[in-house]
Design a protein around this ligand. Structure first.
Ligand SMILES: [Zn+2]
Length: 98
């Protein structure tokens, strides 16, 4: 698979997932799909099985997550991540009031 094809597929998966606006599959909280990158609570596509661990870009391996959750998880498997990371900061929006 070429890099170009992979990028196109990821874009398509992102649009596909965003259509139904599912909650974050990592923390279970809702995602505000109007937030834009690089907001830590914005929507990103997370790979259920990380690419580095043999996962693919198939839609079956893609799920919605917060950018924050995706980054804090890194390349660890989900069970490891759930056991090690505190939930995302709910009061995060307050620093944006300036
Ligand atoms: Zn999350």
């Amino acid at each position: 698979m070429t890099i170009e094809r992979s990028v196109a597929l990821r874009r398509r998966n992102r649009r596909y997932i965003a259509r139904t606006k599912p909650p974050c599959h990592l923390c279970g909280e809702e995602i505000d799909y109007s937030l834009k990158h690089p907001d830590p609570m914005s929507f990103v596509v997370d790979h259920v099985r990380p690419i580095s661990l043999g996962g693919t870009d198939d839609i079956d391996n893609c799920a919605a997550s917060h950018k924050y959750c995706n980054e804090s998880r890194g390349n660890r498997d989900i069970e490891t991540w759930r056991g090690n990371v505190p939930p995302p900061p709910r009061s995060y929006v307050t620093w944006r009031t300036w």
